[in-house]
Ligand binder design. Structure first.
Ligand code: 6MZ
Length: 379
């Protein structure tokens, strides 16, 4: 039986396969882990727990408060063991939410006191990925091309007699806007060296009220020249000149786009650049007054490419299913439209064509299982 359209509920949003393209590792930490790590740091004398408890437990945050929390997170998570643990848990959580492809981004950091380099930071992230047992994680570029289509579309694969979820993961290395030009260059060169380890691109993020776009341009140009995909946090705060300069640079995707003016939308449309839309995050930090007033509506109605994402599921107490449910319930989209929106994200992943083919087969199968007639949504 084919069900046409249909009202979307939370259960359905969880059941449909999803693709996450904008998730910051250290913004996606479980609350329980964050509190535990904060207590450990207190015991080691690295911070006063009473000073950070209220920052961690607060539910609604402005941009400044949000970045205060990121400073706290940085103090308590930047050691190798914590990073591996966080990576493992974050990926397990996305898999449990029926995310079938995840592009996880993180800012490689140095911490001389504990012998951490940007490279060893990333090694710890990879160790976390390798430590996952409950989910089958495919993160090496060869995984896509070697796998046979016949293994799919089932996303629950049987290993040692047990059914495990399967999740494709690719990594993006972030440049933080408070870094120097040299540090940004180190990050993009590391990203290039790690292409065989699932790194597919580079992101520019960090406090949007800090730093100058021009500082990062040489590193980003280098990344582009060497074939790395690029996504930029763009228009998270009011900064018309920066928005224009970023669009002129022509990244493969942009995140947020909260403060775009009509000419920016026109430019974005002419370049066909998809927007990574983060509803909960934007309502809390971008002064978007409510989800109803979010530019998702404009993008969707005008058929501009967009992908729903979480940004920081830990910081904003959300997950991808919830973001889909928010979009469906606020803008009145039906199951067929939501499914198509989710599937459209495949076009914008940074992994290679072989992974896109596999993802399409996962969606074909889910479409049959969920019995949805598609074709009426945004494309
Ligand atoms: C800009 C953000 C962000 O890299 O340590 N980050 N940058 N805007 C946002 N919207 C709210 N959310 C997160 O993850 C945490 C870091 O990601 C960036 C910030 O630099 C933050 O410190 P990683 O794994």
């Amino acid at each position: 039986m084919v069900e046409d359209g249909g009202r979307v509920d939370m259960e359905w949003c969880i059941a449909q396969p999803k693709i996450e393209l904008h998730a910051h590792l250290n913004g996606s930490i479980r609350d329980s882990t964050l509190l535990e790590l904060a207590k450990d740091s207190r015991e080691k004398g690295a911070l006063a727990f009473s000073d950070v408890e209220h920052v961690i437990k607060k539910c609604t945050r402005s941009v400044m408060e949000c970045f205060k929390l990121f400073d706290v997170i940085r103090t308590i998570t930047t050691d190798h063991a914590a990073l591996s643990r966080i990576t493992k848990e974050v990926i397990e959580d996305f898999a449990a939410d029926n995310v079938v492809y995840l592009e996880l981004r993180t800012t490689p950091k140095k911490n001389e006191q504990i012998g951490m380099t940007k490279c060893s930071y990333m090694e710890a992230v990879l160790d976390g990925m390798r430590a996952i047992e409950t989910v089958e994680v495919s993160f090496l570029p060869s995984c896509g091309s070697k796998e046979k289509l016949e293994q799919f579309p089932n996303t629950n694969v049987a290993i040692n007699g047990e059914k495990r979820r399967k999740l494709y993961v690719r990594l993006l290395l972030s440049i933080d806007r408070c870094e120097s030009a040299a540090s940004a260059m180190e990050t993009v060169q590391l990203a290039y060296k790690m292409r065989h380890l699932g790194v597919v691109g580079v992101d520019l993020s960090g406090n949007p009220l800090v730093g100058e776009w021009l500082t990062f341009l040489p590193a980003l140009k280098w990344a582009k020249e060497y074939g790395l995909a690029i996504t930029l946090h763009c228009g998270e705060v009011y900064n018309p000149n920066e928005i224009k300069a970023m669009l002129e640079f022509c990244p493969q995707r942009v995140g947020h786009a909260c403060w775009f003016e009509q000419e920016d939308w026109t430019k974005l449309k002419s370049l066909n650049i998809p927007v990574e839309v983060c509803l909960s995050s934007n309502v809390q930090t971008c002064r978007v007054s409510s989800i109803r007033d979010h530019h998702f509506d404009y993008l969707y109605r005008n058929n501009l490419p967009l992908v729903l994402c979480t940004d920081d599921s830990g910081v904003f107490s959300t997950n991808l299913s919830r973001e889909y449910y928010l979009a469906a319930s606020t803008f009145g989209l039906n199951k067929a439209q939501m499914f198509e929106l989710s599937r459209n994200a495949i076009k914008h992943v940074f992994a290679d064509e072989s992974v896109k083919i596999l993802l399409n087969s996962i969606f074909d199968s889910a479409q049959r299982e969920l019995a949805i007639a598609v074709g009426s949504g945004n494309s």
